[in-house]
Design a protein. Structure first.
Length: 165
């Protein structure tokens, strides 16, 4: 899924309590991609990696440096996520619920990445198992995703306030 959708899903699932919580969940929601693909784009920008051709579908992954795959394994594993969740809990002496946005990101990616391009290694490092899902760039996923987000945010900002849930 694109990182803006991830951030919006993270925000609405794990950050509804206040604006501060929303900002945190929004950032946690996009973090798994920012800390993997984001770094790749910084490398491309800095001339350290070749620029991929996005007109090719699926995008070529053979020019992506190995470090990005490694980072992707770390940031898209539910096992690493669980470990970090409890680590943050131990550090802050309370569960950081907004961090669940990170887990939501992984769960959405499991079903919206096919084996052709970065299938989600959600059981890494214990297992390389993945689900070959439907790529999020397909209109059958991308368009309903936008409408679902619009609908949920409309509910959150308008109807919910009126109905006083
Ligand atoms: Zn992702």
């Amino acid at each position: 899924m694109d990182f803006i959708s991830h951030a919006l899903w993270g925000g609405i699932v794990a950050g509804r309590k206040s604006k501060k919580h929303f900002r945190q969940a929004f950032l946690f929601g996009m973090a798994p991609d920012v800390l993997s693909f984001g770094i790749f784009f910084v490398m491309v920008f800095g001339g350290m990696a070749e620029r991929p051709d996005f007109r090719i579908e699926p995008p070529q992954d053979d020019i992506i440096p190995q470090i990005i795959f490694t980072l992707y394994n770390y940031t898209h594993s539910l096992i690493v996520f669980g470990f970090l969740f409890f680590l943050l809990w131990a550090i802050f002496k309370k569960p950081i619920w907004t961090f669940l946005a990170w887990g939501v990101h992984i769960i959405l990616d499991i079903f919206t990445h096919s084996e052709a391009f970065f299938p989600t290694p959600f059981l890494w490092p214990i297992s390389d198992y993945y689900v070959s899902g439907i790529p999020w760039s397909r209109p059958s996923i991308f368009i309903p995703n936008i409408f679902l987000l619009l609908f949920i945010y409309a509910w959150f900002f308008f109807w919910r306030k009126k109905a006083k849930f």
